[in-house]
Design a protein around this ligand. Structure first.
Ligand code: SF4
Ligand code: MG
Length: 333
């Protein structure tokens, strides 16, 4: 059985105006050659600093943003030749962070949840909505006729989840879906998402800046830097040992990390470089303490570690043939 989603060399460059009188046409390389797969039933977490391209990647997947290049293959069908955007959208739903702004303030909760199902022409959208409300922990008798402003943030996010699931998606893309919630509510919603995944056989892409949240919910973690994938690995593997210098810095900056561990890795300094004019070769070389000449000259390719083929990294330190002075030795501890 093949993967549910295959993303191949996805690219999106946004034109921006710059220079004197705004006459210069430049491009922000928001997503630049991103490839990954998601298996059926798995949760893939996507992490990285703000502006790394994780949200743009999500929007490309559901056609909210049009790609410049690359292939999106859903359940063996290629978007474009085999599969229309309209059909893809029946199978892929998205849940965003701002639960209030994403709900129509003039629709009751029941109508909000039923809306997408109605648009898709599903049978008995109101009955479906009522069932889904119940399933996400919102008693339809109490909540059906209320309005979004009468609900708490956690309740509104349950509405958004119910609305997405009422359309019977197979893949749900969650972009900072719990980031606006209090810690206790966040845990409840994460547990709910885990239960729903199992019950409905869903597959998730879970985007967050919060590594602890991503660890809790994901099977694998994908790390992006400046529009590119730098590391993808099973959660346990990446938690035990980050293979990319950027990932290690990201993890070591986590507030809950063991303080003994944290002191060993110097924190990342400086902002990410300008995505309009990203560094040559490895885009991380301007912030990497292991950078050598080859890093400026050539971009490393994503490849499996010799000791664990499921753990992919794009760094010359791990490639014996890269020409880096420490090639093949991996990331020094
Ligand atoms: Fe650092 Fe070079 Fe590896 Fe890039 S390829 S992360 S610059 S060592
Ligand atoms: Mg974002």
């Amino acid at each position: 059985e093949g993967p549910l989603l295959v993303v191949q060399d996805l690219q999106k460059h946004f034109p921006v105006r710059g220079g004197l009188l705004g006459r210069t046409q430049a491009k922000v390389q928001a997503v630049d050659g991103v490839s990954f797969e998601v298996s059926k039933g798995e949760t893939l977490g996507i992490v990285g600093e703000s502006g790394c391209g994780k949200s743009t990647t999500a929007k490309l997947l559901i056609g909210l943003t049009e790609k410049d290049k690359g292939d999106i293959v859903f359940d063996g069908q290629s978007l474009g030749p085999d599969l229309s955007l309209k059909d893809l959208r029946k199978s892929v739903q998205m849940v965003f962070q701002d639960s209030y702004a994403t709900l129509n303030p003039r629709l009751t909760i029941l109508d909000s949840v039923a809306f997408g199902a109605k648009v898709l022409g599903l049978e008995d959208p109101a009955g479906l909505a009522s069932k889904m409300m119940d399933r996400v922990g919102l008693d339809p008798d109490r909540f059906a006729h209320r309005y979004p402003h009468e609900l708490s943030g956690g309740q509104r996010q349950r509405v958004n989840i119910a609305r997405a699931l009422a359309m019977s998606p197979r893949l749900v893309v969650l972009d900072e879906a719990v980031s606006a919630l209090d810690k206790s509510v966040e845990a409840q919603v994460l547990n709910l998402l885990n239960d729903l995944r199992a019950e409905f056989g869903l597959t998730y892409i879970f985007i967050s800046h919060d590594l602890n949240v991503v660890r809790y919910i994901s099977d694998r973690i994908l790390v992006m830097y400046l529009g590119e994938v730098v590391e993808v690995a099973p959660v346990d593997s990446i938690w035990a040992a980050q293979a990319h210098p950027y990932t290690r810095s990201l993890f070591s900056a986590m507030p809950s990390m063991d303080p003994d561990n944290r002191t060993k890795v110097p924190p990342l300094t400086g902002d990410p470089p300008n995505p309009i004019n990203p560094p040559s070769g490895c885009r991380f070389h301007t912030r990497c303490r292991f950078a050598s000449e080859v890093c400026k000259a050539r971009a490393p390719k994503l490849a499996g570690l010799s000791e664990n083929a499921a753990h992919l990294v794009a760094c010359h330190l791990h490639d014996p043939a890269s020409g880096h002075p420490d090639a093949g030795q991996g990331l020094p501890s």
